[in-house]
Ligand binder design. Structure first.
Ligand code: GLN
Length: 279
């Protein structure tokens, strides 16, 4: 079997489970062969080593059963970074990059900003922010120690050892005031049909087991105790939670409450500002 034929056959079968069947097949093959995409393209007419082919088919079979490519190859691109991911952490999503961009915008005028990422998972948000702001103090919180291990590994590999990791639930391990708190908490309602398709990812990263607003309630209602005057809280949420989340911000006394939409046009992240002037 030629390399190109193996890729084409996999691509056709992956259409049933994936929005990106060609990319999936390419990434799985690159993972096995160690070739770059460009190298792979020049070798499409070459015969594939039967062992590589068997290993490739095994990965394709797992992908067909719904495992994310990121877990099969152990990594995922996020922002400008390549992150190690394991089934103990959520696979970072492209829409979360919006939250990173918004976070960078709100602290753009602050020197040496203090930032905390609540529920850091793979470390995606915290590490992206640290990579852009060498002067920032970035702390990353997670309740899951296995997630913190993955996040620490990523910090190490990326040379971002300035990021500090704290074990605990949302605001609990914090002990100072920040210019920015940011979080992509579990926000899927336990009744949501989407959960079935996400069965390979950690349930505690996806849902609170209730209406999907429990973590957001806890974070938004308590955040002002950990913000400097003028500091910001930015959170990601579900496409249909914008109004509810803005109401939580308003009830907690935040100012300048706004919502941003994702690439699909859905309300995806909301934020607010602690009364006072950011210093
Ligand atoms: N903060 C991490 C991310 O955005 C993890 C989010 C989560 O597990 N809910 O990828």
């Amino acid at each position: 079997m030629k390399l190109g034929e193996a890729l084409m056959s996999a691509q056709q079968r992956l259409q049933s489970v994936s929005d990106s069947p060609r990319l999936d097949a390419d990434l799985l093959m690159q993972h096995l062969t160690g070739w770059s995409r460009a190298q792979q393209l020049t070798r499409l007419q070459e015969t594939l080593d039967p062992r590589d082919h068997a290993a490739f088919e095994a990965l394709v079979a797992r992908r067909l059963r719904g495992e994310p490519v990121a877990y099969l190859i152990g990594e995922r691109g996020f922002w400008s970074l390549s992150l190690k991911v394991t089934p103990e952490v959520l696979v970072p999503r492209p829409e979360t990059e919006l939250l990173v961009q918004w976070a960078l915008d709100v602290v753009s005028g602050v020197q040496a900003p203090r930032i905390a990422d609540l529920g850091t998972g793979s470390g995606a948000i915290a590490l992206a922010l640290a990579s852009e702001r060498a002067d920032a103090l970035v702390e990353a919180v997670d309740l899951s120690n296995s997630a913190l291990t993955v996040a620490r590994d990523n910090a190490q590999t990326l040379g971002l050892q300035r990021v500090r990791f704290l074990s605990g639930n949302w605001l609990e391990p914090l002990s100072q005031r920040y210019h920015l708190l940011v979080s992509n908490p579990p926000y899927i309602a336990s009744s949501d049909d989407h959960l079935a398709a996400l069965r390979h990812e950690p349930l505690m990263a996806l849902t609170d087991g209730a209406d999907g607003l429990n973590a957001l309630r806890e974070i938004i209602s308590g955040a002002q105790d950990f913000l400097v005057p003028g500091g910001w809280l930015l959170v990601e949420h579900g496409y249909d939670q914008g109004a509810a989340v803005r109401a939580l911000f308003a009830a907690a006394g935040f100012a300048e409450i706004e919502t941003q939409r994702d690439y699909a046009g859905h309300e995806r992240a909301s934020g607010g500002r602690c009364a006072g002037v950011l210093t």
